[in-house]
Design a protein around this ligand. Sequence first.
Ligand code: ADP
Ligand code: ASP
Ligand code: MG
Length: 410
Amino acid sequence: MRREPNLLIVQKFGGSSVANVERVFNVAKRIIETYKQGNDVVVVLSAQGDTTDELIAKAHEIDLHPSRREMDMLISTGEQISVALMAMAIQKLGYPAVSLNAFQVGMYTNRTHSNARLKKIHTERIEAELDRKNIVLVTGFQGINRFEDITTLGRSGSDTTAVALAAALKADKCEIYTDVDGVYTADPRVVKNARKLKEISYDEMLELASLGAKVLHNRSVEIAKKYNVELVVRSSLTNAEGTVVKEVCNMEKMLVSGVAGDKNVARISVIGVEDTPGKAFELFSLLAKHKISVDIILQSIGRDGTKDISFTVARDDLHDALKLINENKERLTAKDVVYSDKIAKVSIVGAGMATNPGVAAMMFEAMYNAGININMISTSEVKISVLIDEKYTEDAMNAIHEQFRLAIER
Ligand code: ADP
Ligand code: ASP
Ligand code: MG
């Protein structure tokens, strides 16, 4: 049982925040500060620095397309290193701490290796450790499936571990500590003029995250919205006030709240498909059956009894998608399959755009002025995305951000 009137606080620290010994101790001290105030503290950690990328590179030295099960077994280890080291650092500073992995917690996911979804989190072990007055350090990113195999939640998945834990434990606060001091109108490393938002709604944050703003994992925002977990995104290195992510915000006047870029995009074009009913269904159900998500879709007008269907997938899925389509080329009546993995998606997000015609035109004008060609376009009530040559991503983000600067200013 929780001890009143303490707060239960879930804190998450990203990879760069725990990248070396000095940072581990810096974070350990922050955690201890929260603990010393009388709070119960559960901490989720990511792998140190570039550990996950390095582990992936190691796997690729053996096989460029290794089994997803073994890949999860490998890349989930980075988080285990972090929690063990952090527990040691906290203990060294004289405070009680215990590290737990997904298996020890009982962090259950579905079966989808490398992009698993959390299904159920057991809270008993964590609660028992809190009752023993321990600071509890939990591996981010990891899960286990019902066969007790290790899964991972997708790149950046530690955010999702943290928010899901906060929801499961009914935590009073969920703080996401990272290497920037909040959510900005665009990636501050790409757009110099980006400004920090005081607050942002779940819906807009979800769009931004899904469209490539990697400051939060998109599923973490989905879970936060579903369970009404208020998040604070802030810096692990400074005391600057962060950005609050919550249900409603005072942003009615905002036309556009942010710009996002995403290079994890590949385009596939299936050429010369018979122009008869059911072809799109066959193609996309084939991909769905193999858990390949499709994003932007464009179908050409039929000509001479055939049509072309172009669509985008995540780059990690390109190899599998091409293999599937080529294996089924005859059934799909495709004459040819071509692809590009040198493209990127740049998007704007804003709740205000649904009621404001002309936003798309403003965005395209910015692209035109910057001399950047648009490949594909996709719109919804809250976002507009364009597909462009990857090498213009940063230019496009800056040009679009500048175009909407007045709208973005608050
Ligand atoms: P962590 O290791 O803490 O999880 P990430 O690298 O995953 O950190 O996410 C933080 C990074 O997200 C920042 O360094 C920044 O470059 C990037 N980023 C992208 N879009 C945004 C945005 N709109 N606001 C803030 N940061 C952003
Ligand atoms: N270590 C994992 C990654 O690099 C998970 C995370 O950092 O959130 O994607
Ligand atoms: Mg991250």
